[in-house]
Design a binder for this molecule. Structure first.
Ligand code: ZN
Length: 235
């Protein structure tokens, strides 16, 4: 094979690896953002349960106060009832006491329901906290992994770039230019094999003359269909 072609093939291999690394590097911020949003959602879930817990507690305290004021009213009314000498007034106060006592019972029932709910929420919060802690640990491990991966990819890219530059410096400037233009415009490869008379870049048959020139290996030959530089596949 044309010795410059061999060098170009190695150069192409390094450039393809660099391209792969860049593609992978591009996904890292997305992966990181995904993990961070998972983390935020978990924390928000726990926070909303805790908020609900606090709301129930506020409601329960309010009921407790309502019971307190009614209990005080009942005590006051009982004193009044004790002091009165009028029978009808005695009875009227008795009705009022009864009304307050009914209210107190209802309020206490509601309070009991809230206490049951508060207990349930407490258990839910504990479980959610535990899950959130595990999620947090798993995500921080994954974030560390991404960071390590990012550094490793960066180091590998640096290595390949250095190697690429040293290879490129040994290749004829015009040929390198032709290669670079083709490499950037094709997106896959600038230099491809001819197999059974077919260009493996565009999968079209090359002319017999082109095939013969590639086989001779004395010059740089391009595919007349796609323009990629051709070499003879070692079959
Ligand atoms: Zn072609």
């Amino acid at each position: 094979m044309h010795s410059e072609l061999e060098q170009l093939l190695i150069l192409q291999d390094r450039q393809q690896k660099i391209r792969q690394i860049l593609t992978e590097v591009k996904t890292l911020p997305l992966e990181r953002a995904h993990l961070e949003s998972q983390l935020a959602a978990t924390a928000a879930g726990v926070e909303s349960l805790k908020l609900k817990g606090r709301q129930v507690e506020v409601e329960r305290k309010k009921l407790e106060l309502d019971v307190g004021t009614r209990t005080e009213s009942i005590a006051r009314l009982k004193t009044q009832q004790y002091q009165t000498r009028k029978n009808d007034e005695f009875q009227a106060i008795g009705h009022e006491i009864e009304r307050y006592e009914n209210e107190v019972r209802k309020l206490e029932d509601q309070e009991l329901e809230l206490m049951i709910e508060a207990d349930k929420l407490k258990a839910e919060i504990e479980a959610a906290d535990k899950t959130a802690q595990a999620t947090k640990e798993s995500i921080s491990r994954q974030l560390i992994y991404l960071e390590t991966k990012s550094k490793a990819l960066g180091a590998r890219q640096q290595e390949l770039e250095t190697e690429r530059e040293s290879l490129a410096s040994k290749i004829d400037a015009d040929l390198l230019d032709q290669f670079e233009r083709m490499f950037n415009s094709k997106g896959d490869a600038a230099i491809v094999a001819v197999e059974h008379g077919v260009c493996t870049g565009c999968h079209m048959k090359v002319t017999t003359a082109t095939a013969a020139r590639v086989k001779a290996g004395k010059e740089i030959v391009s595919c007349e269909q796609c323009g990629r530089i051709l070499y003879l596949a070692a079959l």
